[in-house]
Design a binder for this molecule. Structure first.
Ligand SMILES: NC(=O)c1ccc[n+]([C@@H]2O[C@H](COP(=O)([O-])OP(=O)(O)OC[C@H]3O[C@@H](n4cnc5c(N)ncnc54)[C@H](OP(=O)(O)O)[C@@H]3O)[C@@H](O)[C@H]2O)c1
Length: 345
């Protein structure tokens, strides 16, 4: 524990505040118009807040939308970016926060972001970590793992036990596949790259459908007939997703939870909403978290840690970048690698 609490830190700070004026791409061409490496003043801790010495923080697709001003919450100019990370609590304010002093926690960047040497977060949203959990799993413990569990709750709430999952080779997709297999749910995994097919089959996909393959239309039709999936978990949001949805049976739900494609789909069969009771809806962890009961959240957090600690889940790392030199290195590392890019102060 440091003898004095730092008053300033260094991090990747947002250059602009608020929202972008129009739509932004999933991946920007350059991060330097949006972020700068600089000294950041740390505000005094309020009751219920903790100061965290950051160990590692991932770059998630949501971070890239957020820094450009295209995410569901406004930017605060001068604040560090980064939605989640892992670190050690070095100061705490108030009785709700002090039990976390000295603990290694997974945290959400609720006051400052996580792409900084020191972050401030709400103690209520910090997860004290088991000792047997790796730092990388702790760094990516909240955004994707909690979403995987919440999305499978949605699948179970629907008739049948099959669902379609696109971008299935993503970190979140892989978590969903493993969990689905353990829960007896049939995941029809849609991917772009054929070289991933065997790996995803081994992770638990009931079928792997390669959208770029010539036989995709025939194979997907056959899989739809055989499994009758009634949920499409969609992280892509392109015409391919729309076409799959319109081929699904009556009562199907299209749950949009990500927008990896910059293309916009056309809705070609509006009658299906009227005559086949089909629905399009969105999922956002930021809405799920406050709505879940404290008991449900505690159970999910325990389940998530257990799955990582026992090796049933695993965080793949594409690159670990020193935080002070990350600004120009993040986008090349994302392009070249498979897995999460981690920022390490
Ligand atoms: N709504 C929520 O609360 C919530 C919470 C967590 C995550 N998410 C979303 O979940 C998604 C996955 O997150 P992640 O961290 O697991 O991502 P990730 O590991 O970075 O993987 C991204 C995936 O997207 C695929 N992809 C990229 N561009 C694509 C395109 N144009 N068409 C089809 N596939 C494309 C990539 O496929 P290739 O391997 O073929 O390149 C890769 O599998 C993201 O959209 C993220 O925003 C949403």
């Amino acid at each position: 524990m440091p003898e004095t609490t730092p008053q300033t830190t260094h991090g990747l700070a947002l250059r602009e505040g608020g929202f972008a004026r129009g739509p932004v791409p999933q991946v920007p061409h350059d991060l330097s118009p949006f972020l700068e490496w600089r000294e950041i003043a740390l505000p005094p801790l309020q009751s219920g807040q903790v100061l965290i010495e950051v160990i590692m923080a991932p770059v998630n697709p949501s971070d890239l939308f957020f820094v450009q001003g295209g995410y569901g919450q406004p930017r605060i100019s001068g604040n560090p970016a980064g939605f989640e990370g892992v670190g050690r609590v070095i100061a705490a304010e108030g009785s709700a926060a002090t039990p976390l002093l000295g603990r290694r926690v997974a945290f959400l960047g609720t006051v400052t972001g996580s792409w900084t040497r020191h972050a401030i977060s709400d103690a209520a949203l910090c997860i004290p970590l088991r000792d047997d959990l790796k730092d990388a799993d702790g760094a990516a413990l909240i955004v994707n793992p909690l979403t995987a569990i919440a999305l499978l709750d949605e699948v179970r709430a629907q008739k049948g036990n099959a669902f379609i999952l696109n971008a299935a080779g993503s970190q979140l997709g892989r978590l969903i596949l493993g969990l689905a297999q353990d829960e007896g749910l049939d995941a029809l995994a849609v991917i772009r790259r054929a070289d991933m097919a065997e790996e995803l089959q081994a992770l638990g996909a009931a079928e792997v459908l390669v959208s770029t393959a010539a036989d995709f239309p025939a194979r997907s039709q056959a899989a739809l007939r055989a499994h009758k999936p009634r949920v499409l978990l969609d992280a892509v949001g392109d015409q391919g997703a729309a076409d799959l949805f319109f081929a699904m049976p009556a009562g199907a739900r299209w749950i949009s939870y990500g927008k990896m494609s910059d293309d916009a789909p056309s809705l070609t069969q509006m009658g299906q909403f009227i005559f086949m009771d089909k629905r399009i809806e969105g999922f956002w962890l930021s809405r799920w978290l406050p709505a879940a009961s404290a008991e449900r959240r505690a159970a999910v957090v325990a389940q998530v840690q257990d799955r990582f600690a026992t090796g049933r889940w695993h965080t793949r790392i594409a690159a670990q970048l020193p935080l002070d030199r990350a600004l120009d290195a993040i986008l090349p590392a994302l392009q070249g690698g498979e897995g999460k890019v981690m920022l390490c102060p």
